[in-house]
Design a protein. Structure first.
Length: 306
């Protein structure tokens, strides 16, 4: 899948385009139906299948007080979209200027950039453009004028309820990873980029990878056994999510620290995914660093033995 960091970079090479448009946070089962319809339409008409998405959640710009935590950072979303075998992804930088564009203007701009739009696929309740001026009815009206079909796909139900990013967030917050995984169609993983930490784990004899989780959905605090995926490899890990009360009793920031078993490589700056296997215990405050280190050793052996 070719990734374009703006729609203007896209080159169709004279072929028509079938496009899927949306935020696609999590790329869950409902999103996958939209994407599969786009791919199917493209295969049948000799067109290119293109996903049009954004580099952040729109609320980050238009409603900053109501920004949901992302299931996936952008790099993971692109990775999962790439696995769908689309031809290209156009990732639009969503800023203040873009947020002022009316829905009709946005679609007309895409038609100019793509050359010929064969079909557009979206969710049935999809809204877009300044003040939600665009919806499925507008798409159909424009499709009639510009000659493209519109596929408005209904939600996918699972266990009698529609699959949604909101429902997945609720499951993760509750520590219900099986439900989140079922709705995603793949194992849920907490994804982040490894950043430089305070090396507290190394001082205790257990070096950790510290994840940048700014704006990212996190499970409940606690200590977990997980499988860590990094650089195409998988390692067992013991993971602490919390505020490190033994070290910083008043630390307001949530930390995610993963000790990768039998691993001593340098991974700062790399992307890491943690797929949780079991919660080992709640986070707790210990009377000393020595007692904390002793418990971490037990946590690691329990993670190893799963």
């Amino acid at each position: 899948m070719k990734v374009n960091l703006s729609a203007a970079e896209f080159k169709a090479g004279g072929r028509p385009v079938c496009a899927a448009i949306g935020v696609f946070d999590g790329v869950h089962l409902g999103h996958q139906e939209v994407l599969r319809r786009t791919i199917s339409d493209a295969e049948q008409s000799g067109a290119l299948s293109v996903v049009v998405t954004f580099d952040c959640h729109p609320n980050a710009v238009v409603a900053p007080a109501h920004v949901p935590p992302l299931i996936y950072p952008l790099w993971k979303k692109v990775e999962v979209l790439g696995a769908m075998n689309l031809d290209a992804a156009s990732i639009i930088h969503f800023d203040k200027a873009f947020s002022q564009i009316e829905g009709k203007q946005f679609i007309l701009a895409l038609a100019t950039i793509f050359g010929k739009i064969q079909a557009i696929s979206v969710g049935a309740n999809f809204e877009f453009g300044h003040r939600r001026s665009g919806n499925v009815d507008l798409l159909k009206a424009l499709g009639g004028k510009l000659g493209f079909a519109v596929n408005a796909l209904d939600d996918v139900d699972l266990n009698g309820e529609p699959v949604s990013s909101t429902r997945i967030r609720d499951a993760v917050r509750a520590g219900d990873f099986p439900s989140a995984s079922a709705m995603l169609g793949r194992p849920y993983g907490l994804c982040g980029t490894v950043v430089e930490g305070e090396h507290l784990g190394r001082k205790l004899g257990f070096p950790t990878a510290n994840l940048n989780i700014d704006g990212i959905l996190t499970p409940p605090s606690g200590v977990y056994a997980a499988d860590a995926g990094i650089g195409g490899e998988k390692r067992r890990a013991a993971v602490n999510i919390g505020h490190r009360p033994t070290v910083h009793s008043q630390d307001p920031k949530l930390h995610v620290e993963a000790h990768l078993l039998d691993f001593n490589g340098e991974i700062v700056g790399q992307n890491l995914e943690l797929v949780f296997l079991k919660k080992l215990r709640d986070e707790q405050k210990f009377p000393s660093l020595e007692s904390l280190g002793a418990q971490i050793a037990k946590d690691i052996e329990q993670a190893r033995g799963l």
